[in-house]
Design a protein around this ligand. Structure first.
Ligand SMILES: [Zn+2]
Ligand SMILES: [Zn+2]
Ligand SMILES: [Zn+2]
Length: 766
């Protein structure tokens, strides 16, 4: 019995070959939780078979466990692959999409091969999976390849257990498979001969091409041409947000970015995520691609069509950004793309293999030496994340709906949590439609009928409303999970921390148990509950949501809270007198000025003062720029006076042991600015001061509770400098430190944590 990712990844033909080579008889079949193998033969051959099973497994397979036991010999001759029906319930479901493998890439570029330049070649080791599948089992009739009848050559490959394309569901060739064509904005096909060659010409001429990919359309321009990138930004009405760049190969990625070995490994995994890496000066990529920050989101081609755009060497780097407007779901359908992108794209590179599941590119970064997911989507979904056995937690079938922005929901059952792809913001009807569409699909895929539903504590989220209605219709009682509890519990679960941990939840926005907006929290956490131990002092957000889009508001509010007079506070925040008076009045009266303890908002406020950034164009822009500013500064700054002071909560009339106040921090920032200390240094000092204060608060929590394990979570943990400073500082203090590795520390990981908390609460009730 082999468990793990062993279905739809060429595992059965691999075992078949192995058995033949070792001269063993028996069979292999798919099973509920993996595959079952029976082999018969001499003992040393069986041993060799077992060790090779692990050592030589196909690239996309992931073996979690092999359970072997002896059976009486049956005298069976030969080895066979049992019928492909899956027995009983599946837990392996549909594999994730995988980048073109080296064998297929060779064929793609080999003029002698029958699939030379065929944009849809694939095999059992690579190709689309999740995005082309309607329902389980993962077999061709259930995919969007159903309408393409295989030609005799393809069928022969498909039927031959020794062929690399044995049961490769999307198998196709020039004879029988999907095709590409170039279309104008009006939808009419442009008779261009070789559509790929024509596309290359258009891109090199600076045009914007909408290119149909694996999980949706991309909008593409030549990334080395400033004017072309600016045209795309103007048409997309998106001026600040960094755009992802696809480069020809690893060599080209090295030319664009200074890559570490860990970053190179991440770039070349079969999931092919976008990797945020340090951009090289003078690398030739247009500045407009990622203005104001020292990083570039780079990735490598993962579909044959993309490889073809780079083949021939004329194209070096392409902007490849999700084809959507604002935070709407990515376009997948040809007609939909024309309707929604007609005003943006000059031409469309279309194809007729339907995309059935929307799936954005995944985004990852190496944070503090190890990979961290920022957006978990193509290449990872729908693979489950297992709850470690040490956790001793089994989930009943349940649904966790996630949060508001960057929504991802999760289904759980037993020891597995299946997160959906990144769905975007649940702010409008389109977002909610995408949510329900994906939920239906994943419920079918994993045959999970939830018996419980978890949602965020925020009463105003669409996801909360949705969860309550959904639960009511099924007679279930929904479980509300506090935002930062979910963040911390998720990280605890990833690392098998079953009892308690000190959680640093450093975040942008999360609804607190007291109705205020939390986000700079030290929690003493169990999986099923928490106590709030410390937090950043409350600061009003004048204008509510507007204070997130306009960091100058946060700067003004924070400076006023820190005791600065109106005029200097206004000058530092970049507010005019009238604005300052309006804000002051809002704060005084508490009108539309909710209180927040968010570290994300403190970052915004400091960025507004140090960088003079009044408004942001995308979420967390100011904070990201502040981190970027400090990128070349040393971590070791000696003592800095930027640390928030730890106050006894009781003395402030608050019901937490500690409150972190930022008055001294603000005075130190302002002193340094006035003394002309360079801004990069100020940004670095701010990071150091913040981590120093939270390390001290964690030390305090340890004194009171005896807990030595600290978990780092929340959106601010995407900040590499902060993650590194906190981890090294906490370790120096003798803490054991845990960071997210398999799910995102930001709101993309929220549903995983909600599922863990709900499972723990339900386990306790039973
Ligand atoms: Zn392949
Ligand atoms: Zn064919
Ligand atoms: Zn959060």
């Amino acid at each position: 019995m082999v468990r793990g990712v062993v279905q739809g990844v060429g595992f059965r033909p691999f075992v078949y070959r192995l058995a033949l080579e070792e001269g063993l008889a028996g069979f292999i079949g798919n099973d509920t939780d993996g595959v079952t193998i029976e082999v018969e033969g001499p003992a040393e051959r069986l041993e060799a078979f077992l060790s090779r099973l692990r050592a030589e497994a196909p690239p996309l397979a992931r073996i979690d466990s092999v359970a072997a036991r002896e059976l009486p010999a049956t005298g069976e001759a030969g080895f066979r692959i049992a019928a492909s029906e899956v027995l009983g319930r599946v837990s392996t479901g549909i594999p994730a999409d995988a980048a073109t493998c080296p064998d297929c890439l060779r064929e793609l570029l080999d003029p002698a091969d029958r699939r030379y330049r065929y944009p849809f070649l694939n095999c059992t080791n690579c190709g689309p999976r999740f995005t082309i599948t309607r329902r389980i089992p993962y077999d061709r009739p259930q995919t969007s390849m159903a309408r393409f009848k295989m030609c005799a050559d393809c069928q022969a490959e498909y039927d031959d257990p020794l062929n690399r394309r044995f049961h490769a569901q999307p198998n196709a060739c020039w004879e029988c498979g999907p095709r590409v064509w170039l279309a104008g904005a009006d939808g009419a096909e442009i008779a261009a001969g070789d559509a790929v060659a024509a596309t290359i010409g258009r891109l090199l001429a600076g045009e914007i091409v909408a290119i149909k990919g694996i999980g949706g359309f991309h909008l593409s321009v030549d990334a080395t041409r400033e004017a072309a990138v600016m045209r795309l930004r103007e048409r997309k009405r998106r001026f600040g947000k960094p755009l992802a760049v696809m480069v020809r190969d690893l060599e080209a990625a090295r030319e664009a970015c200074a890559l570490t070995a860990a970053e190179e490994a991440l770039l070349t995994t079969s999931a092919r995520p976008i990797v945020l890496a340090r951009r090289k000066d003078g690398c030739g990529i247009a500045d407009a691609v990622a203005p104001g920050i020292p990083w570039l989101g780079v990735y490598l081609p993962y579909a044959p069509l993309q490889h073809l755009l780079f083949a021939g060497g004329r194209v070096r780097a392409l902007v490849m950004t999700s084809a959507n407007l604002n935070e709407e779901p990515i376009a997948i359908d040809n007609d939909e793309a024309r309707a929604r992108l007609g005003t943006i794209a000059d031409v469309f590179l279309m194809h007729d293999r339907e995309i059935l599941q929307r799936c954005d590119d995944s985004v990852a970064a190496v944070v503090d030496g190890a990979p961290q997911l920022i957006r978990r989507a193509r290449g990872f979904v729908p693979l489950g994340v297992e709850l470690p056995p040490g956790l001793q937690l089994e989930a009943p079938p349940l649904l966790a709906v996630g949060g508001h922005l960057k929504n991802v929901f999760a289904l759980a059952r037993g020891r597995f949590v299946y997160q959906s792809q990144h769905l975007g913001d649940l702010e409008n009807l389109k977002g909610v439609e995408f949510f329900t569409e994906s939920l239906d699909h994943l419920m079918r895929t994993f045959e999970i009928e939830p018996e419980a539903v978890a949602h965020d504590l925020h009463p105003g989220y669409l996801s909360t409303d949705w969860a309550k209605n959904w639960a009511a219709a099924r007679g279930l009682t929904p479980i509300a999970v506090q935002h930062h509890h979910a963040h911390v519990a998720g990280c605890m679960a990833e690392h098998g921390l079953a009892s308690e941990a000190i959680g640093l939840a450093l975040d942008g926005t999360g609804y607190g148990a007291d109705g205020r907006i939390w986000g700079g929290e030290v929690l003493v956490c169990r999986l099923d509950g928490f106590e709030r131990f410390a937090h950043l002092d409350y600061v009003p957000m004048p204008g509510g949501e507007a204070a997130i889009r306009e960091p100058w508001r946060m700067a003004f509010a924070a400076l006023r809270t820190a005791g600065f007079d109106l005029e200097p506070a206004a000058a530092l925040a970049g507010a005019n007198e009238k604005e300052a008076r309006v804000l002051d009045r809002m704060m005084e009266r508490g009108v539309n000025a909710p209180l927040t303890s968010s570290l994300g908002r403190l970052f915004d406020a400091v960025a507004a003062v140090v960088l003079g950034r009044r408004a942001v164009d995308y979420e967390a822009q100011a904070a990201i720029e502040l981190e970027g500013l400090a990128v070349d500064e040393s971590d070791k700054l000696g003592r800095v006076d930027y640390a928030p002071e730890l106050w006894d909560g009781k003395n402030l009339g608050m019901d937490v042991p500690l409150v972190l106040r930022t008055g001294d921090l603000w005075r130190a920032v302002v002193d340094d600015l006035r003394r002309g200390v360079k801004k990069a240094r100020i940004a670095a000092r701010f990071h150091s001061g913040i981590s120093e204060a939270f390390i001290a608060a964690a030390g305090n929590a340890r004194e009171k509770t005896g807990i030595k394990q600290v978990v780092l979570s929340g959106g601010c943990m995407h900040n590499r400098r902060l993650a590194r400073l906190l981890r090294t500082g906490l370790e120096e203090e003798g803490f054991e430190v845990f960071q997210h590795r398999r799910v995102s520390p930001g709101d993309g990981g929220l549903s995983y944590g909600q599922a863990v908390v709900a499972a723990a609460i339900l386990a306790k009730r039973r």
